[in-house]
Design a protein around this ligand. Structure first.
Ligand SMILES: NC(=O)c1ccc[n+]([C@@H]2O[C@H](COP(=O)([O-])OP(=O)(O)OC[C@H]3O[C@@H](n4cnc5c(N)ncnc54)[C@H](O)[C@@H]3O)[C@@H](O)[C@H]2O)c1
Length: 251
């Protein structure tokens, strides 16, 4: 993939899909800015990338804070001169699995703040930079929950439908400005977020796998492959698209 020397920011890259994506960009010789609300986990990912001969640095960012998002992008551009790629991956699942009538307002506000507003903030600041430099590629991490109904988690569903909508609408706006905006929609994928869901009951894993034609959960590295392809020039005629990686669950 054509990613050598590309300046890449990944949010929520201290764990799971974001960490796997940061490492894959590193392996493709991109210059990786590993951003997370948890600086310690981001630094661990940086250490792993550099141990493999890659180039990376860590920046602490809470994507719900607009000023922190501005600082992330300003600092990246100041250090590296431009921003070729941003992967808006930071996301949370919500603490409670409850139907809509019982959905807690805390979960609603927290999930929307990170998964929806956080992606909007990152898109807005990154697009301004990409407009100024005349190019850019963005990949948003949505979810199968942004394409199909999913019970007991309305805020998550709402936030991920929003990510798909923001991806398509912004892609329409900036196609002529040499800025491509795409999304991935993972199904159930091994990560801390999935572990949270599996901890609800001992048979949760088996229950979920019944809905997956391939009979297994995805690996973060499998999602990372699609993100890197969408970010790279190998997909240069692709914009406003979602790639579903779900072992067939959506079928
Ligand atoms: N794992 C799955 O089954 C699955 C399926 C579909 C979509 N996704 C999406 O993939 C993305 C990554 O999730 P994951 O599964 O790797 O989970 P994860 O919990 O392993 O990683 C999420 C990362 O986001 C960071 N984060 C949380 N709040 C943040 C904030 N306010 N600002 C910056 N960083 C923050 C966390 O510290 C963590 O490092 C999320 O957007 C999630 O919704 C995951």
């Amino acid at each position: 993939m054509k990613l050598e020397n590309k300046i890449v920011i990944i949010t929520g890259a201290g764990s799971g899909i974001g960490a796997a994506t940061a490492k894959l960009f590193g392996a493709h010789k991109a210059i990786v800015v590993v951003s997370d609300i948890n600086l310690e986990s981001a630094q661990k990912v940086v250490d792993e990338i550099t141990a493999e001969g890659g180039t990376a640095s860590a920046i602490e960012t809470d994507v719900t804070q607009f000023e922190q998002v501005e600082t992330l992008i300003e600092q990246t551009v100041k250090t590296h001169g431009q921003l070729d790629v941003i992967v808006n991956n930071a996301g949370i699942g919500g603490k409670h699995q409850l139907k809509t009538a019982d959905h807690t307002h805390d979960d609603w506000h927290n999930v929307i703040a990170v998964n929806q507003t956080g992606v909007f903030y990152c898109m807005q600041v990154a697009i301004k930079q990409m407009l100024a430099q005349g190019h850019g590629s963005m990949v948003n991490v949505a979810s199968l929950a942004g394409l199909k109904a999913s019970g007991n988690n309305l805020s998550y569903s709402a936030s991920k439908y929003a990510v798909v909508g923001m991806t398509k609408s912004a892609a329409l706006e900036y196609g002529r400005k040499n800025i491509r905006i795409n999304a991935v929609c993972p199904g159930f994928t091994h990560s801390a977020l999935l572990d949270q869901l599996l901890s609800i009951s001992p048979d949760m894993g088996d229950k979920l796998k019944r809905f997956i034609p391939m009979g297994r959960f995805g690996e973060a590295t499998e999602i990372a492959e699609a993100i890197c392809w969408l970010a790279s020039e190998n997909s240069k005629f692709v914009t406003g698209q979602t790639i579903t990686l779900d072992g067939g669950t959506s079928l």
